[in-house]
Design a protein around this ligand. Sequence first.
Ligand code: 13P
Ligand code: SF4
Length: 332
Amino acid sequence: MTAQSIFRGPALLDEIVRLKKERNAVILAHYYQKPELQDLADFVGDSLDLSRKAAATDAEVIAFCGVRFMAETAKILSPEKTVILPDMDAGCSLEDSCPPDQFKAFREAHPDHIALTYINCSAEVKALSDIIVTSSSADIILSQIPKEQKIIFGPDRHLGGYLARRTGREMLLWPGICIVHQAFSETELLKLMAENPGAPVAAHPECPPQIVDHADMVGSTKAILDFALTSPAQTIIVATEPHIIHQMEKAAPHKRFIGAPGGDGNCNCNMCPYMALNTMEKLYVALRDLEPRIEMSTALMDKARVPLERMLEMAGRTVGQGDVGRPVLSGD
Ligand code: 13P
Ligand code: SF4
């Protein structure tokens, strides 16, 4: 029986809260989740802070409201925990763009390069990598790698390209993209900027260069949120998945946050279709049945943990470390 047929509205929320307690579960949510999931989560964060939370939690069950690679990361960092994901089909276009066998062949063709890999990838690709980065940790991690070291960066060519342009480092880029950030339209953004003179643009580095080049600030979801809240501007244009605006409106209801449009300005193409698969009903069922559950072989988790632990060592293990109150990937 589905949750819809049993509970609705407040009763569903009550049941989730009851099951969470019964299961000794913690609910972690990404900023791109539906507002109702963000609101009931114990912690809402960007990919780095969610990894830090997953590594540190005492809960027996981690209910991950995000996409599969995030829940896999939680399981790899806390293998003794039960990790559930409300919808196992919640994938990611960046992960899809980087099949492990092709990535392995690419690495083998460049034996003098290390692989600095964006966390938005499969556990298999993590296991083939040297260091994992997120958009909030890439800068600080890159700064600790000797200048002469050759680097492969995958799977997001836009984040890799942005880092290469900013730091002047040459990197071999894997040609992956995020379909959500790729959908922002430069023409529509320019129109919006003209209609809102003086409103700063905050953009995620998964956006293509024609969007990032117009941004006053470029950073992770957490850094964008910090910027939106601390900027003296009363109107801010936000070029990332629009569900993050929920946190902005909650924290600063007197300000105006405008999502940058995708396509011709009338599509929903800048909403992540994978993140959207998670619902309150599916979260309830997952907590009730402890399914769908993230499972991987111990051998795979042991290999994938090495570059993830390197990330946590190089970026710091404390939530917010390195990017409190300021975007690490600033637009300077
Ligand atoms: P961050 O939250 O780390 O900025 O990542 C954004 C994203 O695309 C998650 O899938
Ligand atoms: Fe993947 Fe893009 Fe969705 Fe993030 S927003 S989960 S990168 S498809």
